[in-house]
Design a protein around this ligand. Structure first.
Ligand code: ADE
Length: 861
C-alpha cells in the first residue's frame, strides 16, 4: 500500500469484499501457486507472496522477459471467488533484490480450461504495477473478476528481469453462478439515428454471437447497481446508461426477455434478486412477471412446472429497486427465466441468487445501499395473481410505514442521548476543578518514581453531586489498603485483584500483595521487574523506579559502541526535554554491524539512521534513564519494535542509534490522509484503505504481543509512538520527542509529570498501576485513533479535567462513563474489540495474543 491508486465508490460487494485471500499469510498453499517458468529453485512461484522474504524473495520467470513474452504466475484459489483487488511488489530480499514488474495483465479461468483476459471498463488490459522493489501497489479491479484460477502476466516494454510478489483480495463467490446468457442489450434512440443510451452488457466475458450473449458473466454480476435515473452512471468516463443492460419491448420477437443461468453445482434455490430500473416516465418499468424453469443437470430437460411470479407494478415511485423472486427451494444446476415486459423498456443492473448447496444455505453478497428494496410475496400456487397495477394500496405502503416508525424511533433515541449528554457534561464541568486542586504531584527526590498524591487534608467527598462522587484513588487514604477497604470495599477488591494479577492471563509486572503494593503510602512498583520502553525523552517521568549508575554497566548493554565521528548529521527529526533526535548518515555501519543486520537501503557505505542524543546538561536521573532505555531496547528484537543498532556511550553526549523510519509517526501519517474514494483517486489525494488500517492494527498488536511476552509494559502506546518505514512497516517506539509535537496529548499535573491520560486505563490514572492490561487499554485507544485517521484527539469534547472525572466513572462502572464513539468507518466487530480493551475488569480485557489472533483474520479473510 502507500502508493495505491484508487477507487470507484460503488455500492455492493466491491466496496466490502476486499479481504486478502492468503498469499501473504500462507492460506493459499505452495502447490496452488504455479508458474510458466522460474529462474532458480529459490525464485519459484511459491515465493511470490506479498511482504514475504522467503527463498530469494520473489517469483522470477526464467531469463530476460521480452516484450512479446507471456510468462505467468498462476494462483488456484480453490473455489470461485469475487476478486476485487490485486497487490503486487517486486523482489526486495532484504535489500539485495532490485527486480520488479512495471506492468502486468490478468488472465482468469473459472474451470482451469477456458481462459479469459481481464479488461478494465474502457477495454484496457494492462495495469501499472511497481516502480521499486519494496513498495506494494494495490489495484482495484474495475470490473471485478469472478473466477477460481488467476494468472498474473508481467509485461515489459524493454527486455528486462522481472520478479513479483502478489496478494489477491476478494471474497468467496457464494452465488455459484458461472455464466448467464441473454439477448444482447440494446440502444435507446432519442430521434432516429441518434443513440442516447447504450444499454449493452459491456463487460460480458462470454461469447457474443448473433445478438446473443452466452457462456459468460458481465455487468449483471459486477456488484454495481444502477441509479434511479438510468442516464446517470456510477462509473466515470463511460456512456449514459452504462450501469444497465436493457431491452426494448417488441424488438425480440416476443413480449419477454429470456435468460439462462448456469451454476457450479446443483443448488436449492430460495430466491433470485433482480435489480431493475423503474423510470416509468421514460417508458422503463420492472418486469410484470417472470417464469423460471429448472434443470437438475446440464444434459437433462427443463422440468415441466416452471415457477411463476407476478410483480406489483408501480408507476408512482420511479426508484430503481430489487425485485425478489421466490424460487420455492427447487433444486437445479441451471435456470431459464422469462421476464415479461411491463412497458416499453426493461433494464436490469444486477442479478443474484440465494441458494443452498448440500444442506448449506448461502446468501449472496447483496448491495444494500440502494433505495428501498421491493420484495414481492411469492403468490400461493392456488391464488390467482391479482394484478394490482394502479391499485391505491400498493406494496410500498408497509415499507413506508416501517421507514417512518424507524425514523421516529431514531429521533427519540437521539433526543434522549442529547439530553443525557447535556446532563453529563454539566455535572462533569462542575467537578474537575476541585479534583485538580486536590491533586498534586510530588516527584520523589530520592528516586525518579513520581508519586501522585493529594495534600494532607481530609479528602472531601462531594455531597453536592452524589451521582459523581469522586473516587480519586491517589488520595493518601486510598493508598492505605485498610482505609481503602473501609472507604470502598469494591475498590479494595478491585485494587487487590488488579494490582496482584487478578486472574489476568499474562504474567504481570506488579505481582504483589496489596500491602506490598501500597506500603509507605505510595504505590510501589516492583522495581526489579518493571521494565519500560520509556526513556528520558519518553514518559518515564511518572512511574519508573530509578536505577543507580552502578546498576547499569556497559556489559548490560548488548549492542556495540559505534565511533561517533562516523555519524554525519543530516537533519533534526525531533526534540524533547532531555535530548534531540537527528537523522544521520552512519558511515561504514553495514560493515560495522556485519552480516544479517537489519539495515535499510544504503547509499554506498553510508546508511541513514536516527540518532537519539542526550543533552549535555541532562540530570543524572535522565542519564540513568537513557542508559536504561538502551539496555531494554538492546534486548528487543521484533519486526514491529524499533531496532537499536548501536550506541555511543563511552563519552558524552550519550547517543543511541536506531533504524530510521522514513515515513515518520503514524499519527502524522494518517492525519494527512483520507479514506480511499473516487475523490481521492481523481485528485491524487494521499489515501488509505480499510485493509491498510487493519494491517496497521495487526502490526501494532504483533509488536505489543512480543513486548507482553517479555513482560515489558510500554505505558505510552499511541499512534504518535508508532513509526513507519518506507515500506510502511510499523514499529513501536517511544520517543519523548513527541512531547513537543503532541504536548496536548499529555496532561501536566502541577509540575513535571506529564501523563497521556486519554490513553490511560482507569487503574493507571487512579491507582498508578501500569500493566500489560493497561497497555491493552491504550491499544484500544490507538485502534480508535487509527480508524478515525487521527483526525481527532480521543474524547476531544472533554477537557483534561473531564477526562479524569470520566475515569472515575469508568471505575464506578454504573453506565455513566463516556466511551469513545465508534469511528464511522470502523467495522462493528472491531469496535467491539476496542470496547473489550476498555473493560473495567482488568482480567476481562483481551490479551495481546488474543487481540492479534482476533485482528489477523480481519486482514487475512
Ligand atoms: N523520530 C524519532 N525517531 C525516529 C526514527 N527512528 N525514525 C524517524 N523519525 C524518528
Amino acid at each position: 500500500y502507500g502508493c495505491c491508486t484508487f477507487l470507484m465508490i460503488i455500492d455492493g460487494p466491491q466496496a466490502h469484499c476486499r479481504y486478502p485471500l492468503g498469499m501473504e499469510d500462507g492460506r493459499i498453499k505452495d502447490h496452488d501457486i504455479t508458474a510458466s517458468s522460474q529462474w532458480y529453485e529459490t525464485t519459484g512461484p511459491q515465493y511470490a507472496r506479498l511482504n514475504r522474504e522467503e527463498g530469494d524473495g520473489a517469483w522470477c520467470p526464467a531469463g530476460l522477459l521480452q516484450p512479446s513474452d507471456t510468462q505467468y504466475l498462476q494462483v488456484d484459489l480453490g473455489q470461485l471467488t469475487f476478486l476485487t483487488v490485486v497487490g503486487t511488489q517486486g523482489r526486495y530480499a532484504r535489500n539485495s533484490g532490485n527486480e520488479f514488474a512495471r506492468m502486468y495483465r490478468l488472465n482468469y479461468s473459472r474451470d482451469g480450461l477456458l481462459w479469459k483476459s481481464w479488461k478494465n471498463r474502457l477495454g484496457d488490459k494492462i495495469m501499472k504495477a511497481n516502480d521499486n522493489s519494496y513498495a506494494s501497489v494495490i489495484k482495484d479491479l474495475h470490473p471485478p473478476v469472478i473466477s477460481r484460477f488467476i494468472r498474473l502476466i508481467p509485461v515489459t516494454q524493454v527486455p528486462n528481469t522481472v520478479c513479483m510478489r502478489v496478494e489477491l483480495y476478494g471474497c468467496p463467490w457464494h452465488d455459484g453462478l458461472i455464466s448467464y446468457s441473454s439477448p444482447e442489450g440494446q440502444q435507446m434512440y432519442s430521434s432516429p439515428g441518434y443513440p442516447i443510451v447504450s444499454l449493452n452488457d459491456s463487460t460480458y466475458d462470454g461469447v457474443h454471437e448473433r445478438r446473443k450473449l452466452s457462456g459468460g458473466l458481465g455487468q449483471l454480476t459486477d456488484g454495481v447497481i444502477g441509479q434511479d435515473d438510468f442516464l446517470v452512471t456510477r462509473q466515470y468516463h463511460v456512456w449514459q446508461g452504462y450501469d444497465y443492460v436493457g431491452w426494448k419491448n417488441g424488438s425480440l420477437g416476443s413480449g419477454h426477455v429470456e435468460m439462462e443461468f448456469v451454476f457450479d453445482k446443483q443448488r436449492n434455490f430460495t430466491s433470485m434478486k433482480v435489480h431493475c430500473n423503474n423510470m416509468f416516465q421514460s417508458g422503463v418499468k420492472i418486469f410484470s412477471s417472470v417464469s423460471c424453469s429448472f434443470k437438475p443437470r446440464l444434459l437433462a430437460n427443463w422440468e415441466a412446472e416452471p415457477a411463476e411470479f407476478h410483480t406489483v407494478l408501480d408507476d408512482r415511485n420511479p426508484s430503481a429497486r430489487y425485485v425478489t423472486v421466490p424460487l420455492g427451494r427447487r433444486t437445479a444446476k441451471a435456470l431459464r427465466c422469462r421476464f415479461t415486459f411491463a412497458d416499453m423498456w426493461m433494464m436490469f443492473s444486477e442479478i443474484s441468487f440465494q441458494s443452498g448447496e448440500k444442506g448449506r444455505w448461502v446468501n449472496t453478497v447483496i448491495p444494500t445501499q440502494m433505495t428501498p428494496v421491493v420484495t414481492s410475496a411469492w403468490p400461493n400456487e392456488e391464488t390467482t395473481n391479482p394484478s394490482v397495477e394502479g391499485q391505491p394500496d400498493n406494496g410500498n405502503t408497509p415499507v413506508l410505514i416501517g421507514c417512518l416508525v424507524t425514523i421516529i424511533l431514531l429521533l427519540v433515541v437521539i433526543i434522549f442521548l442529547i439530553l443525557r449528554c447535556q446532563y453529563v457534561c454539566k455535572v462533569l464541568e462542575k467537578a474537575p476543578r476541585r479534583i485538580l486542586e486536590e491533586v498534586t504531584v510530588r516527584l520523589s527526590s530520592s528516586s525518579d518514581t513520581v508519586i501522585l498524591q493529594t495534600p494532607p487534608v481530609p479528602p472531601r467527598v462531594s455531597q453536592m453531586d452524589p451521582p459523581y462522587e469522586r473516587i480519586f484513588l491517589l488520595d493518601p487514604q486510598y493508598q492505605d489498603p485498610a482505609a481503602l477497604r473501609n472507604k470502598l470495599p469494591e475498590l479494595s477488591q478491585s485494587a487487590e485483584a488488579s494490582a496482584c494479577g487478578g486472574g489476568y492471563a499474562e504474567p504481570d509486572v506488579t505481582q504483589c500483595t496489596p500491602h506490598q503494593c501500597f506500603h509507605n503510602s505510595v504505590p510501589h512498583y516492583a522495581e526489579t521487574d518493571i521494565v519500560s520502553l520509556q526513556g528520558v525523552t519518553g514518559s518515564n517521568m511518572y512511574a519508573v523506579p530509578a536505577l543507580t549508575v552502578d546498576s547499569l554497566t556497559r556489559k548490560d548493554i548488548s549492542v556495540a559502541e559505534f565511533p561517533r565521528h562516523r555519524l554525519f548529521f543530516r537533519e533534526k527529526l525531533g526534540e524533547g526535554q532531555f535530548g534531540e533526535v537527528h537523522l544521520c548518515e552512519a558511515e561504514g555501519l553495514p560493515e560495522f554491524l556485519g552480516e544479517g543486520a537489519p539495515l535499510p537501503d544504503r547509499d554506498g557505505r553510508s546508511v541513514l539512521v536516527a540518532v537519539k542524543q542526550l543533552r549535555a546538561d541532562a540530570t543524572n536521573n535522565a542519564r540513568n534513564d537513557f542508559l536504561k532505555e538502551i539496555k531494554i531496547m538492546s534486548r528487543l528484537n521484533d519486526p514491529n519494535i524499533i531496532q537499536l543498532l548501536c550506541v555511543c556511550v563511552s563519552s558524552d553526549p550519550l547517543c543511541m542509534v536506531t533504524e530510521y523510519m522514513e515515513n515518520g509517526d503514524l499519527n502524522m501519517f494518517l492525519s494527512q490522509r483520507e479514506m480511499e474514494s473516487t475523490l481521492t483517486h481523481a485528485n491524487n489525494i494521499p489515501s488509505v484503505s480499510l485493509s491498510d488500517l487493519l494491517h496497521m492494527s495487526v502490526q501494532i498488536s504483533s509488536g505489543m504481543r512480543y513486548l507482553a511476552s517479555l513482560n515489558f509494559v510500554h505505558r505510552d502506546l499511541a499512534t504518535r509512538n508508532c513509526l513507519l518505514d518506507r515500506r510502511l512497516t510499523i514499529k513501536i517506539a517511544d520517543f519523548g520527542m513527541s512531547r513537543n509535537l503532541y504536548s496536548s496529548d499529555y496532561y501536566r499535573i502541577q509540575g513535571r509529570a506529564v501523563l497521556p491520560i486519554r490513553w490511560m486505563a482507569w487503574e493507571s490514572i487512579l491507582l498508578g498501576k501500569f500493566t500489560t492490561a493497561s497497555d491493552v487499554w491504550a491499544f484500544g485507544v490507538t485502534l480508535w485513533e487509527i480508524f478515525t485517521l487521527c483526525k481527532e484527539q480521543p474524547y476531544s469534547l472533554l477537557s483534561d479535567e473531564q477526562v479524569i472525572e470520566n475515569t472515575g466513572e469508568f471505575f464506578r462502572n454504573q453506565g455513566r462513563q463516556i466511551f469513545l464513539f465508534p469511528p464511522p468507518l470502523c467495522p462493528s466487530s472491531l469496535f467491539e474489540l476496542m470496547m473489550r480493551c476498555w473493560d473495567r475488569d482488568i482480567a476481562d480485557r483481551p490479551t495481546f495474543e488474543g487481540l492479534y489472533q482476533a485482528l489477523r483474520p480481519h486482514v487475512a479473510l
